[in-house]
Design a protein around this ligand. Structure first.
Ligand SMILES: Cc1ncc(C[n+]2csc(CCOP(=O)(O)OP(=O)(O)O)c2C)c(N)n1
Length: 415
């Protein structure tokens, strides 16, 4: 158990599986239990590596910070924002790193899975140096990737990730909070006073890029169409809930691609981004976990109709245990994410289409539910849903949406 807790908590921590043979499981332990809680261990970076990293950062014309989930685990979001302002440099995040810098921050460009905000692509394209921090820099279709031709500084707490999938120009090993502390202090030493103008003009550039991108998507976000446009639901949800007090996630399929670019996080840890292991139903499970860990937050998962069809019986677990999550179902009657790959089985068996009324299913599983078909009913339904979750019970909000497979793609050249 000591080894297991150490592996869970230290370094690049994560789940641990312990296999216990039956005869051990059933045996009585004789004697005093000799167990002490295992402390979290953190590694600090090599000071010379920090000096070199800062020299490179300050020499770069367009440096960009790429933050991963390690920044969230290290609770280093404030330091990340401080470094961004100090250099100054804009910040993008990986999919699991989303909210490592709150996206309401004026230097935040958002997160990326296969979809991403336009300014993510624009600023990544023109960056000459990328400092990846708290990221394994693993190549995945559900992450951003760093296009070829950029100088890469890779900072992670796991030395095994360095040079794994990218040839990096420089590495700084260590816990993201300790690395950021050291880098901030070194920037202070190497950089003279001034730079205020550069920060102000960078903020203006980011704000203009963001405004332009949102204007392009206004027709979706503000859509009055029926069946309802998914982006309109995301917009209304953002406007109705207190984003500081939310933990939200998506399921796999279109909801992930739709939510990640447009859900602007305001607090670290308020979004659970995932995708490398992309099984439908994961969003529902981790939302229940989030609610158990943070009972005062509004915990939301957005899933498609195929997703709830395959994995949704677990909402009964939430009802039985009074795990007061909010499940939003985008019911478009199809597996839109699979449209391009299910040609033959769709012709032969109608495999693409799924049908059902999930509000009725929810009621059968003791979960209060509403089905919404008109845009004007979205906000009142969200308010009712939040009220029910605040009373301690889960809620299912089914929204009849259009198929909608327009995503905020903006591909990155050179990947
Ligand atoms: C358990 C599991 N089965 C199959 C898949 C493959 N898959 C990914 S998305 C998807 C369809 C999702 O459809 P839906 O939930 O209705 O969302 P939509 O894309 O239509 O919005 C499927 C079958 C998966 N990721 N996980």
């Amino acid at each position: 158990m000591r080894r297991a807790y150490h592996a869970m908590r230290s370094g690049k921590g994560g789940p641990v599986l312990i296999e216990i043979p039956a005869e051990v499981w059933e045996a009585e332990y004789e004697g005093e239990l000799d167990y002490a809680a295992v402390k979290v261990q953190r590694a600090a970076p090599d000071p010379d590596a920090v000096k070199t990293a800062v020299r490179m950062l300050l020499k770069a014309k367009n440096p960009l910070l790429l933050a991963g989930q390690g920044v969230l685990y290290a609770e280093a979001s404030d330091r990340l924002s401080a470094l961004a302002e100090l250099i100054p440099a804009p910040v993008v995040t990986t999919n699991p790193g989303k909210s490592a810098i709150p996206e309401s921050h004026p230097l935040a460009l958002g997160a990326s899975t296969r979809s991403r905000p336009k300014m993510f692509t624009e600023f990544m394209a023109k960056a000459d140096l990328v400092l990846a921090i708290g990221s394994s820099l693993t190549r995945t279709p559900f992450g951003p990737g760093v296009p070829a031709g950029k100088t890469i500084i890779h900072s992670t707490n796991d030395a095994a990730d360095i040079n794994k999938e990218y040839r990096v120009d420089h590495a700084v090993i260590g816990d993201a909070a300790l690395v950021l502390d050291a880098v901030i202090a070194e920037v202070g030493r190497q950089k003279g006073a001034g730079g205020g103008n550069a920060l102000a003009s960078l903020k203006e550039e980011v704000a203009a890029a963001k405004k332009g991108w949102l204007a392009e998507w206004g027709k979706h976000l503000d859509s009055e169409e029926m069946p309802i446009n998914q982006y309109r639901v995301i917009r209304d949800l953002m406007r109705t809930v207190d984003r500081d007090d939310v933990i939200i996630t998506h399921d796999s399929g279109s909801p992930r691609e739709q939510l990640i670019p447009f859900w602007e996080t305001t607090a670290p840890g308020s979004y659970m981004g995932w995708g490398k292991s992309t099984q439908l139903g994961y969003g529902l499970g981790i939302t229940m976990g989030a609610k158990l860990a943070a009972p005062d937050k509004l915990c939301v998962n957005i899933m498609g109709d195929a997703a709830i069809g395959m994995t949704g019986m677990d909402i009964e677990t939430a009802a039985r245990n009074r795990i007061a999550i909010l499940t939003v179902v985008f019911n478009n009657g199809v597996m839109a994410a699979e449209r391009d790959v299910l040609e033959i089985s769709t012709k032969k068996y109608g495999a693409l289409t799924v049908g059902g009324n999930y509000a009725k299913v929810a009621e059968g599983l003791n979960v209060a539910a509403t089905r919404v078909e008109k845009p004007a009913h979205i906000v009142p339904a969200i308010k009712e849903a939040v009220r029910v979750t605040e009373s301690g019970a889960p809620f299912l909000l089914e929204i009849v949406v259009k198929e909608g497979y327009d995503f905020s793609r903006y591909p990155l050249a050179g990947l």
